[in-house]
Ligand binder design. Structure first.
Ligand code: MN
Length: 231
């Protein structure tokens, strides 16, 4: 087939303990999925799940033991970190029941839903889409994907983020308002999930600003750490 220009390369994420890579299809994100984060954003934490998306090429894939680089984005004066468990879909499907969701999961990773908070807040106030606050270039750093069989029990794992060695966020995946199965059930009712889809499952409380030169180290027990420097 002849294209009018060279098609973009497939975005991919390393797989822990393997030379194979996980090709990325779509990036779905869950909003306000921890009660204490919903409250810090001015909500009750009792609402149904809702979703937004980032483009696949917003991924900043960081190798195991590596340090990723994220350029400080344009237009913002308030770039926030949101540490999140990322679910990687290996088998697609529509209308997946929560009880069957595990059959569709390839693995898990540690991710950052980086956010231009000032722009997101302005869009919220005006009732406009969040894209400019959430779906910008380099907004989705992610570490290697650990296949489910090697990941241990992520449903009761600690999740944390440190900036400059100081704790910013620390919680537990057991505090997700909508757990992984319920999230996949809701999401797959709205979109047909495909192999290669990533789901950023939401962030716990403690979101705050980072500046150029900061080093972010995040982790989920059993999934290793993700290190990203803001340049
Ligand atoms: Mn988020």
């Amino acid at each position: 087939m002849n294209f009018v220009f060279t098609p973009p390369a497939t975005v991919s994420v390393p797989v822990a303990g393997s030379t194979e890579r996980f090709p990325v299809h779509r990036i779905y994100c869950v909003g306000r999925n921890y009660e204490d984060h919903a409250k810090e954003m001015g909500f009750t934490g009792r609402e149904p799940p809702f979703f937004f998306m980032k483009p696949a090429d917003a991924i900043v894939a960081v190798e195991a033991g590596g340090i990723g680089s994220m350029p400080y984005p344009s237009l913002t004066k308030n770039l926030h970190h949101e540490i999140e468990l990322v679910v990687a879909i290996g088998t697609g499907g529509k209308n997946i029941l929560a009880a069957d969701a595990h059959k569709h999961i390839y693995g898990y990773a540690v991710g950052l839903d980086m956010t231009r908070r000032d722009l997101q807040n302005e869009m919220k106030k005006q009732g406009r889409p969040w894209c400019i606050g959430k779906a910008f270039d380099h907004s989705a750093p992610i570490g290697p994907i650990t296949p489910t069989a090697l990941a241990g029990d992520v449903t009761n794992a600690e999740i944390y983020l440190q900036v400059g060695g100081q704790d910013r966020q620390r919680s537990n995946l057991s505090k997700l308002i909508w757990n992984i199965g319920e999230t996949i059930e809701h999401l797959s009712a709205a979109w047909k999930l495909q192999p290669g889809d990533l789901i950023y499952t939401g962030t716990p409380e403690g979101v705050a600003a980072v500046v150029t030169g900061d080093t972010l180290v995040g982790g989920v027990t059993g999934l290793g750490t993700l290190t990203v420097k803001i340049i």
